[in-house]
Every structure is written in structure tokens, then in C-alpha cells.
Write a protein that binds this ligand. Structure first.
Ligand SMILES: CC(C)(COP(=O)(O)OP(=O)(O)OC[C@H]1O[C@@H](n2cnc3c(N)ncnc32)[C@H](O)[C@@H]1OP(=O)(O)O)[C@@H](O)C(=O)NCCC(=O)NCCS
Length: 203
């Protein structure tokens, strides 16, 4: 297996895109987001920052995971992930609160999106779009040529999000998930003309 050389210093560059993220439409978001948007411009608690996710986030990860998906990762699954050198783990947080996380693998020359979850109280506010854009940007900087993922057919928010970034369905895996639910395999060419930064700049 060939792994990419990943320099987390790149995260700082990607993070400058995310800091001061203009979280979309107060009216569309839940109470915490609205409260955050009323904080003064220079209050650090207002900022949504892109950071690394590590094992000290385990408790928050498990809470969000359970809220987001019935058959999601266990604590052991997360701990295994923290041991994988080719696994990149990024999160969006406001002060100490984790709002969303993305885990993806960089195995040359490809990237694999393993996990993308937004806390249910913050869904629909642009965080998923922001974080997926950051993961794509990070993978491009690591010279990955394609990103692959699996998504449950019928998970409309996720499928729409991926299509928005230019992912296309390449195959269907029948009965892939519990209760006979099918998965769509989707791929994005990272040299595609669609610029993730363009999508992230819009609300
Ligand atoms: C799927 C998920 C990551 C999207 O994140 P989000 O922060 O809620 O989504 P955003 O607000 O960034 O929306 C981005 C795009 O996703 C799509 N989308 C989001 N919510 C949607 C919904 N309820 N219905 C249809 N499309 C939706 C839209 O294309 C949207 O773009 P638009 O706002 O320009 O219309 C999030 O809803 C989530 O964590 N869901 C539960 C876990 C999950 O399914 N993860 C993905 C597993 S593959």
C-alpha cells in the first residue's frame, strides 16, 4: 500500500478558508447556531474553525455518531481509525464544541471518504458543504486524483451534497447496509473543473 505524504501544516491553509465561515441563514438553523450568530464579530466563540480531530474528541464523536446514524461506528471503530496513518480526520468546531467531522483515507493515488457527519442541530446550515469542500481541497493538495465514497440510496441530503460537488454514481451495491438497504458508489475526479472552493464560497 502506498500512502500519501500528508503535511498537516496544509490544514492551516485550508483552515483560513473556513475561519469566519459565514454560516448560512439564521432562520434556517437551530437554536445554537442562531445564538452563535448573535455574538459580537470579535468573539472567538463565534468562529467555526477547521481543526484536526483526535482521540480526545472521542466522547463528542460517539454522541454525534449515535445521533446521526443507527448503525454507525463504535468507540473501538474510532480508536482503530486513530491508529491508521493514512486516515485524515478533520472537524469543525465552535470553541470546544465539535459540530461536524470528516474522516477520509489517502491511499495513493486515491482518497476514500469514510465518514461525514454534522450534528443534527447544525444540519442544513452549510457545515457539511464546508467540510466536504475542505476534505476535497486537502486531498487535492496531497495530489490525490480521485475521491470515492459509499452512500445509502435514499439518504437524499447526502446524495444531493455529493452530486453538488460533482460526484457521480459508478456502481450500486445491493443489500450493502442493514435491512437490505442499497449503497451507491460515487466518485469525484479531483482534477474536475468544478472548484470546491467555489461551492464553499457560496451559501
Ligand atoms: C448529509 C450531511 C453531511 C449534510 O450536511 P449539512 O450540513 O446538513 O448540509 P449543508 O447545509 O452543508 O447542505 C449542503 C447541500 O447538501 C444538500 N442537502 C442538505 N440537506 C438537504 C436536505 N434536507 N434535502 C436535500 N438536500 C439537502 C443540498 O444540496 C445542500 O446544498 P444547498 O444548501 O445549496 O441546497 C448531514 O445532513 C448529516 O450529517 N447527515 C447525517 C449523517 C449522514 O447521512 N452522513 C453522510 C453519510 S454518507
Amino acid at each position: 500500500m502506498i500512502e500519501f505524504q500528508v503535511d498537516y501544516a496544509d490544514l492551516l491553509l485550508v483552515g483560513t478558508i473556513t475561519q469566519n465561515a459565514n454560516i448560512q441563514g439564521d432562520d434556517d438553523c437551530m437554536a445554537d447556531s442562531c445564538a452563535a450568530s448573535r455574538l459580537s464579530e470579535d468573539d472567538p466563540h463565534r468562529l467555526v474553525a477547521l481543526t484536526r480531530v483526535n482521540s480526545s474528541d472521542l466522547d463528542q464523536l460517539i454522541i454525534i455518531e449515535r445521533l446521526c446514524t443507527a448503525d454507525g461506528w463504535t468507540a473501538d471503530n474510532f480508536l482503530e481509525e486513530f491508529d491508521r496513518s493514512f486516515s485524515i480526520k478533520l472537524g469543525l468546531r465552535q470553541a470546544e464544541n465539535l459540530l461536524a467531522y470528516v474522516f477520509f483515507w489517502l491511499i495513493a493515488p486515491e482518497a476514500f471518504l469514510m465518514k461525514l457527519n454534522v450534528h443534527p442541530r447544525r444540519q442544513g446550515c452549510g457545515l457539511g458543504k464546508r467540510l466536504l469542500g475542505d476534505a476535497i481541497e486537502f486531498s487535492k493538495r496531497a495530489k490525490a486524483t480521485q475521491m470515492h465514497l459509499e452512500v445509502r440510496i435514499g439518504n437524499t441530503p447526502a446524495q444531493k451534497l455529493y452530486e453538488k460537488f460533482g460526484f457521480v454514481t459508478t456502481n450500486i451495491r445491493e443489500n450493502y447496509y442493514s435491512q437490505g438497504r442499497h449503497a451507491a458508489l460515487m466518485t469525484l475526479n479531483l482534477d474536475s473543473k468544478i472548484q470546491s472552493s467555489d461551492l464553499c464560497g457560496s451559501s
